[in-house]
Design a protein around this ligand. Structure first.
Ligand code: DGT
Ligand code: CA
Ligand code: CA
Ligand code: ZN
Length: 580
């Protein structure tokens, strides 16, 4: 972790403790603010710490905070932080990590319910003790119970966007080791799942020991869990486990297939092999001679083992893209040509400094043009999203003019003037129709009332889908990976209506969202609804999140034809104009 990130955690913890012990709200906020500033800061504070004046010059950092930062840089700790953390039971801070449990509730649970950690909270719920506490209705208790269950089942899995860059840099390092052969990540990461239990890497090498050595000694390793001839495991400081398996070149395809999974796909493949008088394992596809002992140990030559393609072919199957290997019908269905990152030619949901983005229209346009896109849409927030700097009608219309002016001025890309308009709790949109009609593109998204019941959520989203001026429904469920479940609408009803009304449903490519999720995309594709994959970028760098959306699309059996971002400019622009 960088010094800035470590300090941000420290200030956040101080803010949390101060709130739990009922300190002055101004003090609480000041600490939380410093944490936010540190997180966003692009310079390393350690380089400024010698000169307190430089620290204090940073907006949001006062004299007292500057002193604590200098103290941390000099000593590696902040005495005040340690004193504060000592004032509350350690388990209480962990409770704040549970979605829906804010400091006020946790303080009350502690003061009045004797709750000091997750175990005592679960115990209090089980005993029915929470019902006696103030502001604890049945519904609140049910929400807390669900949040705990959700946090527990998602707790240990890393987001795709965290695991992927780590895996890519490890693969790159291993490929550079002299004598390294093939190196590839496998497992759930290769299948593009939204969360990753651990990172699996498969490799061949002339001298496997050298690769193993490079792996266990790489930067970022917190602990070596195993270091053998064929398998090494480490735990990274980031908290993620990484397994490296070293295999023989002859068995590469069989090992790649086996360790890419999913387990369910492997089981289905083994059954299919069995029916054809063959045995499949991580060393190859072998003739089944009735002997239970592993064929590879008895000198039996495999039918196929070197590539995945040969093995699938020997089982009368086409090569199946890893994203489909979930035992969801991929062995019997006709497999379409799935969409690829290179097919994407447009990003239709992004924010500029006009609302809560950190880039100008020009910066957004340049970043999109650099990616080779023919179109990018400026979709800042609407007026109801006040905290996200939502635009009033007058501001929006001025912004539209500015976008159109930029579109005239900047060559090589079409810049669309749009809005990410809030779908209010009852399904109404946050701007009137005559305002929406002046936009090139309308992305309508739910941001509030994300806990509403499924029937209401369905009605709300259906209203937006049927709205004649809406092109795309942004992040349709509002879920946040590992943090918030979001809406639970009737997906069948939504995708059917989306297909009927020609409204596209978004895959929000930000790995915190990935909303729609894979199975929802599959339902949309089967219903004939269009999909739009967008990054919802707030900075130029976030345009790079597109691959995660594409992976999710592929997991939903999406083709380029079914995704409006992959259409040629003419087709996309004509489609947008049709809804006007
Ligand atoms: P994860 O790590 O929980 O996100 O999911 P995976 O799919 O990466 O699973 P992991 O890391 O436990 O194992 C990697 C692959 O190895 C898995 O996708 C399939 C294969 N594999 C692991 N255990 C078994 C097993 O018991 N049977 C079969 N057929 N394959 C297995
Ligand atoms: Ca794994
Ligand atoms: Ca593993
Ligand atoms: Zn957005």
């Amino acid at each position: 972790m960088s010094t800035n990130a470590q300090l941000a955690t420290i200030f956040n913890e101080m803010a949390a403790v101060l709130e739990l012990i009922g300190a002055n709200p101004f003090r609480v906020n000041a600490h939380a603010r410093v944490a936010r500033v540190l997180k966003d800061l692009t310079v390393d504070v350690a380089t400024l710490a010698d000169e307190p004046k430089q620290l204090e010059a940073i907006e949001g950092i006062g004299k007292a905070s500057a002193k604590k930062i200098a103290e941390f840089v000099a000593t590696g700790a902040v005495a005040e932080h340690e004193r504060l953390v000592g004032e509350v039971p350690g388990g209480l801070l962990a409770l704040l990590e549970i979605p829906g449990l804010g400091p006020k509730t946790v303080k009350m649970l502690w003061d009045d319910g004797g709750v000091t950690d997750l175990a005592s909270l679960k115990d209090a719920i089980a005993r029915g003790a929470l019902a006696d506490l103030p502001r604890m209705g049945d519904k609140t208790i049910r929400n807390i119970t669900e949040s705990i269950a959700f946090a527990e089942q998602s707790g240990d899995r890393a987001r795709l966007g965290i695991a992927m860059p780590l895996a890519e840099s490890i693969v790159e390092r291993l490929r550079a080791v002299p004598g390294a052969g093939r190196v590839q990540y496998t497992g759930s990461l290769r299948r593009g799942r939204e969360t990753i239990g651990d990172i699996d890497i498969l490799a061949t090498a002339r001298e496997p020991e050298k690769l193993a050595e490079s792996f266990t000694t790489m930067p970022g390793v917190a602990k070596v869990l195993a270091a053998g001839r064929t398998k090494c495991s480490v735990r990274l400081e980031a908290g993620i486990q990484v397994d490296l398996r070293l295999v023989d070149e002859e068995a590469w395809g069989a090992a790649l297939l086996y360790f890419s999974g999913s387990k369910e796909h492997n089981v289905a493949l083994r059954e299919r092999a069995g029916k054809r008088g063959a045995r499949l394992n991580e060393y190859g596809l072998f003739p089944d001679d009735g002997d239970d002992a592993p064929p590879q140990q008895r000198g039996i030559a495999p039918i196929a083992s070197r590539t995945e393609k040969e093995i699938y072919a020997a089982l009368d199957l086409p090569w199946i893209p890893p994203e489909l290997r979930e035992d969801r019908g991929e062995l019997t269905a006709q497999i379409p040509k799935l969409i690829e990152l290179a097919d994407i030619r447009a990003d239709l949901h992004a924010h500029t400094v006009a609302s809560d983005g950190k880039m100008t229209i020009d910066e957004l346009a340049a970043a999109a043009r650099d990616r080779g896109y023919h179109t990018v849409a400026v979709t800042d927030h609407s007026q109801a999203s006040a905290v996200a700097g939502g635009l009033t009608v007058e501001d929006l219309l001025r912004h539209v003019d500015a976008v159109h002016e930029a579109n005239e001025r900047i060559d090589g890309i079409t810049i669309l003037a749009g809005s990410e308009v809030d779908i209010l709790a009852d399904g109404h949109l946050d701007y009137d129709d005559e305002v929406l009609a002046r936009l090139d593109i309308v992305v309508a998204s739910p941001h509030v009332a994300l806990g509403q019941d499924p029937a209401k959520a369905t009605r709300r989203l259906l209203t937006a889908i049927r709205h004649p001026l809406v092109h795309v429904i942004g992040h349709p469920t509002g879920r946040m990976v590992n943090r918030r479940e979001g809406l639970h609408p009737d997906i069948e009803a939504l995708v059917t209506a989306a297909a009927e009304h020609g409204t596209a449903l978004e895959i929000n490519a930000n790995d915190m969202r990935l909303d729609l999720r894979d199975v929802h995309v599959r339902a949309a594709v089967e219903a004939g609804a269009l999909i739009s994959i967008n990054t919802d970028a707030h900075t130029p760098g976030q345009l790079e999140l597109m691959p995660y959306g594409v992976l999710t699309g592929r997991r939903g059996w999406l083709t380029a034809d079914g995704c409006i971002n992959a259409w040629p400019a003419k087709r996309l622009h004509a489609w947008l104009a049709e809804n006007r």
